[in-house]
Design a protein around this ligand. Structure first.
Ligand code: GCU
Length: 675
């Protein structure tokens, strides 16, 4: 087998007839589809029926049969008055003991079927169950940073399964992928890297139309819209124009004609993702235009086809001088986009990274959330573990994402609005919004390199669909599905490792929200000054007195980009959450934290603790030998946890040694710190 079924194994439950009856699983055996008329046209329809029949057959050992005479025990129905797009209801509370899956539309029914199968696969009783699922986010998206030569920018699970040798791949794995991500509610996928270069620029030409269309049609069967990343300089590179100025009539016309051509060839295309004026990519700044000019020009070109332009806010000066303490990369997203609030067209969505820097293990929430009030917004997170252990370390990110989504922005007039409320469009009543994750997949057999990293893929989908889910329950559900057939002790241990993994990683890497301290370029492993004197604006400012960046009004003024009371909370050293202390303040090593420990002792202690926890994950795993049904998966995880434990020791020693050398203060507990 070239790839696993991950959480879609549907391992046979081997239940007795009595057990099936108790859980009401016997009601899955005969079904009817009411209101089939509207459904039949949907490309999802055939898919959901076969998914249901095969899923039940593999879980329960007998294939459900479809009946037409009113004798069914389960009913699938579409009711457009129920919920919103993609919503569904699973209801086993009917008096007659029968079940029903009712959905707003065919896609909702597909999600309902997947959910029902997940419930059965995890052994939950259906008797008395009633689950209403109305998706929190209109767009639930994955961004693949795959290049057309088959490499993946920040990919840690092998090569691309979308591209190889400048060709688009359409094969069985494409389908397996679509099925996998649709099963957790993903409804939009960008297949190519945001850095659009060379062959990828040609994805919008007839060189690739056939394959792109084929891909979009497979995706469509699973309710997924295909998106492409776009090169803003395409009018020059493809069209031979002199400029790509968004206000130039020739450029405007070129895009108009280009989009007519693209949508004629690939009518199901959802739209485009654009990284402009960022890290060397072309954009409107070259012509003295702004991001609204650029995004709106493209938005007008795709508007007749219902297309969307997703425009990234990751815009900053990447040619900084480390001696300049006033320019602050953290400020740049807000400084660039806040003045444009209200100028973007309805089919533009700004995609904003969760924090103002770049997917560090801990960052404050991006101040554009709660800042912008008249603009469609999407949250961008990264499940590719670029800065969180590159899928060699286990780092379950849902607890982090949850904190971000639950952050209160204090947007005027919507004081209770969290990030989740904004992106879901609940708070601002925008038509467009959602959440995107930079994907963590590749063509490795297990999809994500580290088997436990698949929890982030599964979990992201579940969280995107329902921002109120509990990360631990999701971890358990994922572990039960993926490691079906393993012992209860093993499942409990996996959940425990996952839930402790983010805090552990945070402890042994850079302290209290300051970030970075990684090796330049590839970003794996410790290098405290790796980025300190570089051009990227990623400084920690450690010296003999202390460490941290003064982002208060006395420093870069970044704190004032937040709404009150958040601005004051961060501004004031006493009220600033300690996990972000060094992000906002320069703190002396002898500063006493709320725990009563000095900053330097905190650094030593957390690094010893973190490395010990990583060691503990490995010990726990070793005890599970023979308890994980999939022996190859056991071995793979064992190998990665060993790498992690070693790497955590290296992190511990490098960080502790660095700070010991800076301040000369010994560890109160007398542990080994290198000189
Ligand atoms: C990070 C990452 C890059 C990526 C960029 C982006 O800087 O290291 O590889 O291109 O983010 O989000 O555009």
């Amino acid at each position: 087998m070239e790839y696993t079924e991950a959480w879609l194994k549907y391992r046979c439950l081997s239940l007795s007839r009595q057990q099936c009856e108790e859980k009401l699983y016997n009601s899955l055996i005969s079904y009817a589809v009411t209101s089939e008329e509207g459904l039949k046209e949907s490309p999802c329809f055939a898919m959901l029926i076969s998914e249901f029949e095969q899923g039940v057959e593999s879980l329960l050992g007998s294939r459900p049969c479809r009946v037409y005479d009113g004798s069914e025990t389960l009913r699938f129905a579409v009711d457009p008055t129920f919920g919103t797009q993609d919503a569904y209801l699973i209801d086993f509370t009917q008096k007659d003991g029968f079940g029903a899956v009712t959905a707003h539309d065919a896609k909702g029914l597909l999600y309902g079927v997947f959910r029902l199968l997940q419930l059965v696969a995890t052994g939950q009783t259906l008797a008395g169950l009633k689950q209403t699922c109305i998706p929190s986010n209109p767009l639930r998206m994955l961004n693949h940073w795959d290049n057309m030569d088959g490499s993946i920018e920040r990919g840690y699970s092998g090569r691309s399964f979308f591209f190889a040798d400048d060709q688009v791949l359409v094969n069985e794995r494409t389908r397996a992928y679509a099925r996998l991500v649709a099963s957790v509610g993903i409804n939009a996928v960008v297949i190519n890297n945001v850095n659009v270069r060379s062959a990828a620029t040609y994805l919008i030409t007839d060189r690739y139309f056939d394959k792109v269309r084929a891909l979009s049609e497979i995706f469509d069967e699973y309710g997924i819209s295909l998106y492409l990343s776009l090169n803003f300089a395409a009018p020059i590179e493809l069209g031979g124009l002199e400029v790509s100025d968004p206000l130039d009539p020739g450029v405007i016309n070129w895009w108009k004609e280009k989009m007519a051509e693209v949508y004629a060839a690939v009518p199901k295309l959802g739209g485009f993702l654009v990284k402009a004026d960022s890290e060397g990519r072309p954009g409107p700044f070259t012509y003295g235009r702004d991001h609204a000019d650029g995004a709106n020009m493209l938005a007008r070109a795709v508007q007749p086809y219902g297309g969307r332009i997703i425009w990234r806010c990751f815009v900053y000066n990447c040619r900084q001088d480390w001696r300049d303490t006033k320019t602050d990369r953290a400020r740049s997203g807000y400084d660039n986009f806040m003045p444009l609030d209200g100028r973007f067209l309805d089919n533009v969505i700004l995609q904003i990274k969760n924090g103002p820097m770049d997917f560090q293990v801990r960052e404050p929430v991006h101040p554009l959330f709660g800042g912008l009030m008249h603009t469609n917004q999407m949250l961008e997170v990264q499940i590719a573990q670029e800065y969180t252990g590159q899928q060699k370390h286990v780092c379950y990110l849902l607890p982090m994402f949850k904190q971000i989504l639950d952050f209160k922005t204090y947007m005027p007039g919507h004081e209770d609005a969290t990030v989740a409320d904004i992106i879901s469009t609940r708070a601002l009543k925008n038509a467009n919004g959602g959440i995107a994750a930079v994907a963590n997949t590749g063509n490795d057999e297990n999809w994500t390199g580290h088997d436990l990293a698949a929890a982030n893929l599964y979990g992201f989908g579940r969280l995107a669909f329902d921002t109120t889910v509990d990360p631990e329950s999701v971890a358990r559900e994922w572990a039960q599905l993926t490691f079906a057939g393993s012992t209860q002790e093993a499942i409990d241990a996996i959940v425990d490792i996952l839930m402790r993994s983010w805090p552990a990683y945070e402890k042994y890497t850079s302290p209290l929200g300051i970030g970075w301290m990684v090796n330049p370029n590839h970003h794996y492993g410790p290098n405290v000054e790796g980025y300190e004197f570089d051009r990227w604006g990623t400084y920690h400012r450690a010296n003999w007195r202390g460490i941290g960046v003064d982002r208060t009004t006395k420093g870069t003024g970044y704190t004032m980009q937040y709404r009150e009371p958040n601005a004051s909370m961060y501004e004031n050293v006493e009220t600033c959450p300690e996990e972000l202390l060094l992000f906002f303040h320069f703190i002396p090593y002898d500063y006493v934290l709320k725990t009563g420990k000095t900053l330097i002792q905190h650094i030593y202690d957390t690094h010893f603790e973190g490395a010990q926890e990583a060691e503990g994950f490995l010990d726990t795993w070793k005890k599970l030998e023979g308890q994980i049904e999939d022996k190859e998966a056991y071995e793979r995880v064992l190998e990665r946890l060993t790498i992690q434990a070693d790497s955590a020791v290296e992190w511990r020693d490098r960080i502790n040694t660095y700070f010991y050398r800076r301040c000369g203060v010994s560890d109160q507990k007398g542990r080994k710190i290198y000189e």
